[in-house]
Design a protein around this ligand. Structure first.
Ligand code: TPP
Length: 642
């Protein structure tokens, strides 16, 4: 949401925020832990550890010199109740379990309040080594837990690091509650990093791909903003939201009159217009070959059940391309088989209707869309895709609309129609079975090959996990979609989908975030990890080890950016030149990267590189045993490209 505010207005307002505390300069703001207070060490407690008493810390003047603080000479004072304590009270009303953060001085007051005043609980700090990891962890976490994680971000530089991960979440319609620190007031902040890491309109840096952002100028406004932001994030279409927490409201003392924290009242997701839903039902029941095409169609286990009910009511095939929406072994799963040309396609939360809509129009077929994305668009980033003149466009949340659509369809189906639909269902079921048998046969190709085939990896893993409560927490597109082809995926958490915006560097941290959410359910989290993605920010391995997050990571180590190898080969062919140099700029060899050693260095149990396919199953067994005991484990498998 664009904000127009002049810097003159902002300064005036900030002066208001600082009213009553004008005498206290930045150099004078020193917080104090209870332990330090007991030892009478006021003014030295800024670096004190909560449990071990006050550490010897540099004086305010020394720190000021080193940090370029504007007022090095100011004497230290104590702030008993900083505004950041109130902010913690606000955050606690949101019931957020975890906060992922790479530390930074723009939110130092809030940081200290969270761990001491807030007792590091609800939310609990997760120490991250990169802002992109913090946000991507929150991304993966939501897709298991169904509620947002908080990401706490350091000023403009941290926000720049977080940018791509925010964009992935935005395109994946994933809510993340982000708070970014800032020193807004030039008169109050120091020279050096306090100025360089601050911005006049911090939200502008990511506004094109956050659902909403705000910069509250008082504690009362922070409370409103935080609750409003949480609510916006969680209303379909969901998305990341950003609150700028200016140091001026974090670090100044609480006003005498404590602002009220309002109640969190969530918005019910929008269901489709009754007449439009009735029209959709008429088209679907009359169709000879309907198809249900899903992207982010449903959000919960109940949504999966509803989709099964709709498919069975219509005896229509369900093609699901993103997160798990529909059980993949249901006889109606798939595209209906070879030669099944849909005459009506129902698209559920399909972002870009180019393929479905224009394809249908070309052959005289019809397209219906039910999507919440119709309710929110921004101008700059082109993630909205294409304008397609489809036949019925319902702006609504599919999951909230499904009960009405199912009812409307059932009312229209006569006994005769039911018999015809059952005949169609039997044919679709036969095609489904054929596709599954074909997948089993395809998995045997290159069974004894080294590097190891991905079909073999999927086939070796399945018997080891199928009796566990398992969750596949990485994208499967670069893994040949093998889990969908071979495994039995019936629960929502069996597959959490892809990056959202195709941004690499998502896989490793998102799988750690998802594994964290799975931990409390005792679920076995499985991540098949491509090597290109791994190398963006491997520091999240340390976060997983430090916070004891059990996760089985199997490296799909094809020693390169294979997607790009294929693109360069394609271009070489298009330009009528040989592809023998396509490895330049695309391969990760010479030297081969030692992933097991990297993981061990970050505190993981790790094995490999494995090149003999016969060594794979025993290594997987050992790995699973350790993960079940609570450890993160990495097995480096040298693989075929795809
Ligand atoms: C941030 C980012 N940079 C570059 C790309 C372009 N890109 C798309 S796929 C890909 C290769 C990724 O390599 P890897 O994760 O090893 O998967 P592989 O293609 O080898 O299966 C790259 C670099 C991207 N999508 N995201």
């Amino acid at each position: 949401m664009a904000k127009a505010k002049s810097s003159v207005d902002r300064r005036g307002f900030l002066k208001g925020a600082a009213a009553g505390t004008a005498a206290i300069s930045m150099g004078a703001l020193v917080t104090q832990t209870p332990a330090a207070k007991a030892q009478g060490q006021a003014g030295q407690a800024a670096g004190a550890r909560g449990s071990g008493g006050a550490a010897q810390t540099p004086s305010g003047a020394t720190l000021a010199r080193e940090n370029g603080n504007a007022r090095p000479g100011a004497s230290a004072r104590v702030i008993e109740h900083p505004g950041s304590d109130f902010m913690v009270d606000v955050l606690k009303t949101l019931n957020i379990e975890y906060l992922a953060a790479n530390p930074g001085s723009t939110y130092e007051s809030l940081h200290e309040s969270l761990i001491n005043y807030g007792n590091n609980q609800m939310p609990e700090f997760l120490t991250c080594t990169h802002e992109e990891n913090a946000v991507a962890m929150a991304h993966g976490y939501y897709k298991i837990e169904g509620k947002p994680m908080m990401a706490l971000i350091h000023g403009d530089i941290g926000l720049q690091h977080a940018g791509m991960a925010i964009y992935n979440a935005y395109c994946d319609r994933v809510p993340i509650f982000m708070v970014v620190g800032n020193h807004a007031d030039e008169a109050e902040r120091g020279a050096g990093v306090q100025s360089i890491h601050s911005a006049q309109d911090l939200g502008a840096m990511v506004r094109d791909y956050t659902k909403w952002d705000d910069e509250p100028y008082s504690l009362g406004a922070f409370a409103d903003s935080a609750l409003r932001g949480y609510k916006f994030a969680m209303t379909p279409p969901m998305g990341p939201v950003l609150i700028v927490a200016n140091n001026e409201i974090q670090a100044h003392p609480m006003p005498a009159e404590r602002p009220r924290i309002p109640k969190l009242v969530m918005t019910a997701p929008p269901a489709g217009d009754q007449a439009a839903v009735a029209e959709a039902a008429r088209m679907l029941v009359a169709a000879e070959r309907p198809l249900i095409q899903c992207e982010r169609a449903v959000r919960t286990e109940n949504g999966v059940k509803l989709l099964v009910e709709l498919a069975e009511t219509l005896q229509a095939p369900v093609n699901s391309t993103e997160r798990m929406n529909f059980p993949n072994r249901h006889p109606l799963a798939g595209n209906g088989g070879a030669g099944y040309q849909p005459d009506v396609t129902l698209c559920l939360e399909v972002n870009d209707l180019l393929n479905e809509g224009r394809g249908a129009r070309a052959r005289g077929a019809k397209t219906i869309s039910i999507s919440s994305t119709a309710l929110m668009h921004k101008s700059n980033i082109q993630d909205f895709g294409h304008y397609v003149d489809i036949d019925l466009d319902i702006g609504a949340d599919p999951e909230a609309t499904l009960p009405y659509l199912i009812d409307a369809c059932k009312k229209l189906i006569t006994a005769d129609r039911k018999r015809a639909l059952a005949d169609r269902g039997a044919k679709i079921a036969a095609a489904h079975l054929k596709a599954r048998q074909q997948a089993v046969s395809d998995a045997s190709f290159g069974w004894t090959a080294s590097p190891v085939s991905l079909g073999r990896l999927a086939a070796e893993l399945w018997p080891l996990v199928k009796n566990e409560d398992w969750s596949f927490v990485s994208p499967q597109g670069f893994f040949g979609n093998w889990p969908n082809r071979l495994w039995n995926m019936e629960k929502k958490y069996h597959y959490i989908g892809g990056q959202g915006a195709g941004g690499m560097g998502y896989g490793l941290p998102a799988s750690v975030g998802a594994a964290l959410a799975n931990r409390k359910y005792g679920r076995l989290s499985i991540n098949v990890q491509t090597d290109g993605d791994f190398n963006y920010s491997p520091g999240v391995l340390w976060t997983a080890a430090h916070h004891k997050i059990p996760l089985l990571t199997i490296m799909h180590n094809n020693r390169g950016y294979h997607q790009e190898v294929m693109f360069v080969e394609q271009q070489a062919s298009l330009h009528n030149r040989g592809a023998d140099r396509a490895h330049i700029g695309t391969k990760l060899w010479d030297p081969d990267i030692q992933y097991a050693k990297i993981a061990q260095g970050y505190g993981w149990y790790a094995e490999g590189p494995i090149t003999d396919p016969n060594d794979l199953a025993p290594a997987l067994k050992r790995g699973i045993e350790r993960v079940k005991k609570g450890e993160p484990v990495l097995i480096d498998l040298v693989t075929q490209p795809r």
